[in-house]
Every structure is written in structure tokens, then in C-alpha cells.
Design a protein around this ligand. Structure first.
Ligand code: ZN
Length: 256
């Protein structure tokens, strides 16, 4: 059983390069445009699977999270990106969220028939984030958007499937919890493909050269040891690593 993977370009943002590497090790003061990616997984007999679904609203994202300019062009909507691959939003039966940050979990309502698979610990942490109101980047919500969380616990609740720990959701498709890494309940998705195991790593790794090859954790994490262990585990398990915010992923995620 192998799956096909396609990247979905769901928006862009200009962010500081210091997000790529552990704060105290970074001297890079430049900013870069990064993609917001989701992924379409084809080949499950239950129908198409989507992993991460982009942001709710670019303007809202800038106001709340205090990062740089965000954009989502019309051809970067979830429906438009799925249409490139001949998939309609209502055909998607499973949505897996690596974590609940605003740039990954804002589009859940656009997939009206999908069960939404989330780690229980992530939803709990997202409902009561630890960010102080004075935080310059991320703000009081620590990159979680109240609107996304409110939707998940209310209007979308019947479709939410909370998992705890490591789960093989489909044959050859595993959700692996990496607690207290980029977020408290962040999961990666390992997928069997014809080039081996592909890893959709959310934001645990942002840049393969820095975070995987040089083993320098990215800037946002809860526990440094958990982050280092997660990066090493990903490097061991995966034949191809697919970070969310790296333009290279647009080509490396075309698999099968
Ligand atoms: Zn992200």
C-alpha cells in the first residue's frame, strides 16, 4: 500500500529568518517570504486525505500574531488548490492537523465532510495558550487563533476525532505525537510512498539543512530536549522530509 502526495499552496507570509533557528544561535536579521503549505494524500480507499488547511484570514493573522505581511491569492484557496488535482472539498473524508497554529488550522470548515484528526493534548493547549499579552510576536494567543479553536469545540465538534499518542490511521499512514516540541501536542504524519517513507513534519523542522542536517532546532519550541529528540527521530525514520514553510517542499512533495 503506497500513497501519492501533492502539496497545496495555501498562502504566503513575510517572516523573520530567526524563526528557522534556535534564537540564541541566530545572527540572521533578514526577513523572507515563506509558503503556507497543506498536503493532499491520494490512494486511501476511504477517499482523499488533507493534512493542514492554511489560515483563516491574512489580515486577521497580521493583527493577532504580529508577524509580517500575509497573503492568500484567489488561486491559493483550499478549494482552488484541491481543484488542481481534481478533488472537490466535499470529497475529502479526513483532515489531519499537525498542530493548531493559525496557519495550519484556519480552513477546517471548508472541508464539510471531513473528520478532523487532532491530538487531544494539542487542543487542550490551544484552548489555554501560555502567551503573555505583551509578547511582540505571537501575542497572547501564542499563534493560536481563538476563532479556530472555538469552531473546533463547537460547530465542528461532531467531526473532531481526538487521538492520544501514536496512531496508524490507515495502513501505511501513521500519526506520531512529538509532545512539547513546536507545540505541546504536535504530530507528524509518516506516509508510505513509492520512494519510501515521507514525513509531513509540520513546523518541527523548517529547513532541512539547518534543522535536520545540522540538528539546530528552529526557534519556536516548548522543550529543547524533546525538540532535539524529535528532529533525530524524524531524520532516522524518514526517506523524505516535508516541512511546511520551505519553498523546496513545493517540488519535493510531489510523490507518486
Ligand atoms: Zn506554521
Amino acid at each position: 500500500m503506497t500513497y501519492r502526495i501533492r502539496p497545496l499552496l495555501l498562502g504566503e507570509a513575510e517572516v523573520p529568518n530567526i524563526l528557522d533557528v534556535f534564537w540564541s544561535l541566530s545572527t540572521d536579521r533578514e526577513r523572507s517570504s515563506v509558503p503556507f503549505l497543506g498536503f493532499l494524500i491520494l490512494g486511501a480507499k476511504e477517499g482523499p486525505i488533507v493534512i493542514d488547511c492554511g489560515m483563516r484570514d491574512p489580515r486577521r493573522a497580521m493583527e493577532i500574531h504580529r508577524l509580517g505581511p500575509h497573503t492568500c491569492a484567489p488561486d491559493q484557496s483550499l478549494a482552488a488548490q484541491l481543484a488542481i488535482h481534481g478533488v472537490k472539498p466535499e470529497e475529502v473524508k479526513t483532515l489531519i492537523l499537525t498542530h493548531l497554529h493559525y496557519d495550519h488550522a484556519g480552513g477546517c470548515a471548508q472541508l464539510p465532510n471531513a473528520r478532523i484528526v487532532i491530538q487531544r493534548s494539542e487542543l487542550m493547549a490551544a484552548a489555554a495558550p501560555m502567551g503573555p499579552a505583551t509578547l511582540a510576536i505571537g501575542g497572547k494567543g501564542l499563534f493560536y487563533d481563538r476563532a479556530d479553536i472555538a469552531e473546533l469545540v463547537d460547530s465542528l465538534w461532531e467531526r473532531v476525532e481526538l487521538i492520544e499518542g501514536d496512531v496508524e490511521l490507515f495502513p501505511g499512514l501513521q500519526c506520531i505525537l512529538y509532545a512539547n516540541t513546536h507545540t505541546p501536542g504536535h504530530q507528524c504524519v509518516y506516509i508510505q510512498t513509492d520512494i519510501g517513507t515521507a514525513a509531513i513534519v509540520g513546523d518541527i523542522a523548517r529547513k532541512i539543512d539547518l534543522n535536520i542536517d545540522q540538528a539546530i532546532p528552529p526557534a519556536i519550541y516548548y522543550d529543547l530536549e524533546s525538540m532535539r529528540r524529535a528532529l533525530a527521530d524524524i531524520a532516522r525514520r524518514a526517506d523524505r522530509i516535508l516541512p511546511t514553510h520551505d519553498w523546496n517542499t513545493l517540488s519535493t512533495a510531489v510523490i507518486g
